[in-house]
Structures are given as structure tokens and as C-alpha cells.
Design a protein. Structure first.
Length: 336
């Protein structure tokens, strides 16, 4: 029996954040005859906010070889969280709250190799993440919890020149910040989201100098509990499917040794932005390429991104950002 242990400590402190809420008036604008340049007037301070979060995490993990082809991973982490929140309304009465919480997050994994190049695995884990929002009474929300189940198969092919992983997962997050139905400017932690899907990743060197990286996924991510968002609505910025393929070839011999060509495609399915009032960001297929030359410790490269000059967008919720058109970037580097 072989045992591998890992013990650690993690300490973090969020930079105290200070914010303020102002109310101000601004002249209306006629959309048929707009006059720009109006400035806000009657600016009034409504409230000031202060937030600080300290986190201490202790973790321990053991990897045990039960049999020559059977391994067990057991671990756990305990987090201590201290959150201080202060609100000063315009009347000057300070509302201060301090929140202490802790949670244990276990992790268990099992790997079985029926034959040497194939590994079957299953895992279970939990997570713990503090919420930054506050309730109407100024109290910090309870931390969100996550639970993940995953099963998969890993294989090494062609004398280990190529590796492939196929995985299926089920993830649930609880205590998600959601709108307080009685005080819509504040939040309560009752939301829940789920994500279920499969992923396939392939990477390796098919022939000397010819490398490939490919991946694809199906991901059903949706709201399973909320006060304002309909149950079943997709998560924002979460595509249902996507895939990518990138391959490179580097000349191995002769006077052009070190010259490398690469190219690939990247597909991302449609997504929604802003779950409370969703609009759909369309899917896209982007094509990139690269050429480089390496000699001794010198390397020169030219990268081509979005060769077909498509219009596509990214989002962080609420906003959609146009991405770069056809872009060509050249670099020269030297290693010492």
C-alpha cells in the first residue's frame, strides 16, 4: 500500500471595498431631436457601504494505492470566514453587521485501471464560497455551497502519444444570491442552479512534429430555484454546446527545421445575457492560424486571429461586447 499526503493552509483577505449610492436628476432627452451634453443636478448621497472578508482554509488530502490498479483519494477542507459590513444611510445612523461562518468540504475520488492504458474514475466533492451581497437588514448572506459528482474514462493511445478523456458531471450550487421579493433592492440567499453535461478532450502528438488539441462539450446549465427568475431558464453566458480544434506541425529536419504552422477552429453556441431580462447572443465559429520559426534560443511568430473576420460577442451579463475583427500579431523573443 502506498500513501501520499498533502497538508496545507490558505489565508486570504479581500481588499476592503467602499461604495456609495447617489440619486441625481437629469434632463429628459427627445429621441427624435436629441440634445446631448446635459449634466446631472441635485445630486444627493443616499448611503455609503463598507465590506471586508477574511478567509482561512485548512486542507488535508491522502492518496492511497489499495491495489496495483486501484487508487483512492480522500481529502477535506475546512473554511473559516469573517465578513464585516457597514451601511451608513443619509440620516447618519450606521448599520454594522459581522458574520462568522465555517464549513467542511469533503473530496473523494476513486480510479480503477482494468488495463494499463485505460483509467475509469469517479469523484465527489463539495465547495464553499462566501457571498458578497447583503440582506435588507444589512446582514451578509450565507455562503453558497456547491456539490459535484463526476465520472469518466481516460485513455492513452498509440504508445501514449495521444490521450483522451471523456467525463460526465452533475453540479449543484445552493444559497445563490437572489432578489428579495419584499425589498427588491436587496438580496436573500435562496437561489439554486444546476449544471449537467459531458466533455471530451483529446491531446497529443500523432506523428513526430504533428500535435493536436481537440475538445467538445454539452452543458445544460439552468436555474432550479429562484424568487424572480423562472425555473428552468438557462444560466447567463453559458453555452449549451461548444467545440475547438487546434493543430500544429513543426518541420523536424533539413534547413527549415524549427518552422511551425498551426491552425484551428473555435465554436461557441448561443448564450443568454442577463437572466432577469434575457436576450440571446448568437453562436459563432472563429478560425485562427499561426506560423513561427525557432532557432536555438530565438523565436519569431505571426498569429492570425479571426481570419474570416466574423462579428461575434462576449458577455459578462447585462452587456454584450464586440470582439476583435481580423487581428495579426507578430512577436520576436529570445530566451536567456
Amino acid at each position: 500500500m502506498c500513501v501520499r499526503q498533502k497538508l496545507g493552509l490558505e489565508l486570504s483577505r479581500s481588499k476592503p471595498s467602499v461604495g456609495a449610492l447617489f440619486v441625481e436628476d437629469i434632463a429628459p432627452i427627445d429621441i427624435f431631436n436629441p440634445v446631448y451634453g446635459a449634466r446631472p443636478t441635485n445630486r444627493t448621497l443616499q448611503a455609503q457601504y463598507y465590506t471586508k472578508i477574511d478567509t482561512l482554509g485548512l486542507y488535508l488530502q491522502d492518496q492511497v494505492t489499495l491495489l496495483s490498479n486501484l487508487k483512492l483519494l480522500v481529502g477535506g477542507r475546512y473554511d473559516f470566514v469573517n465578513s464585516v459590513n457597514s451601511t451608513r444611510p443619509a440620516d447618519g445612523n450606521v448599520n454594522r453587521s459581522e458574520f462568522d461562518d465555517g464549513a467542511f468540504s469533503p473530496r473523494v475520488g476513486l480510479v480503477y485501471q482494468p488495463i494499463e492504458p485505460i483509467s475509469l474514475y469517479a469523484s465527489y466533492s463539495r465547495s464553499f464560497v462566501p457571498n458578497n451581497d447583503r440582506t435588507f437588514n444589512g446582514v451578509a448572506l450565507e455562503p453558497s455551497r456547491g456539490t459535484q459528482y463526476e465520472v469518466g474514462i481516460k485513455s492513452e493511445l498509440f504508445d501514449r502519444r495521444l490521450s483522451a478523456t471523456l467525463a460526465a458531471y452533475d453540479i449543484t450550487k445552493t444559497n445563490i444570491s437572489t432578489v428579495d421579493p419584499n425589498h427588491t433592492d436587496f438580496s436573500i440567499a435562496v437561489g439554486e442552479v444546476k449544471s449537467r453535461g459531458i466533455e471530451l478532450d483529446v491531446a497529443g502528438e500523432i506523428l513526430p512534429g504533428w500535435k493536436i488539441i481537440a475538445s467538445g462539450y454539452l452543458n445544460d446549465a439552468f436555474v432550479s430555484k429562484d424568487n424572480s427568475i423562472p425555473v428552468g431558464r438557462r444560466l447567463e453566458n453559458s453555452a449549451y454546446h461548444g467545440a475547438s480544434l487546434w493543430t500544429t506541425y513543426q518541420i523536424q529536419k533539413g534547413s527549415l527545421k524549427g518552422l511551425q504552422f498551426g491552425g484551428g477552429i473555435f465554436f461557441v453556441g448561443s448564450r443568454i445575457a442577463n437572466q432577469s431580462d434575457p436576450f440571446t447572443i448568437p453562436s459563432y465559429l472563429r478560425t485562427d492560424a499561426a506560423i513561427s520559426y525557432k532557432h536555438n534560443n530565438w523565436r519569431a511568430a505571426v498569429n492570425f486571429k479571426n481570419i474570416s473576420d466574423i462579428k461575434y460577442y462576449d458577455t459578462n451579463g447585462f452587456y454584450a461586447f464586440p470582439q476583435a475583427p481580423l487581428t495579426v500579431l507578430g512577436t520576436i523573443s529570445v530566451e536567456f
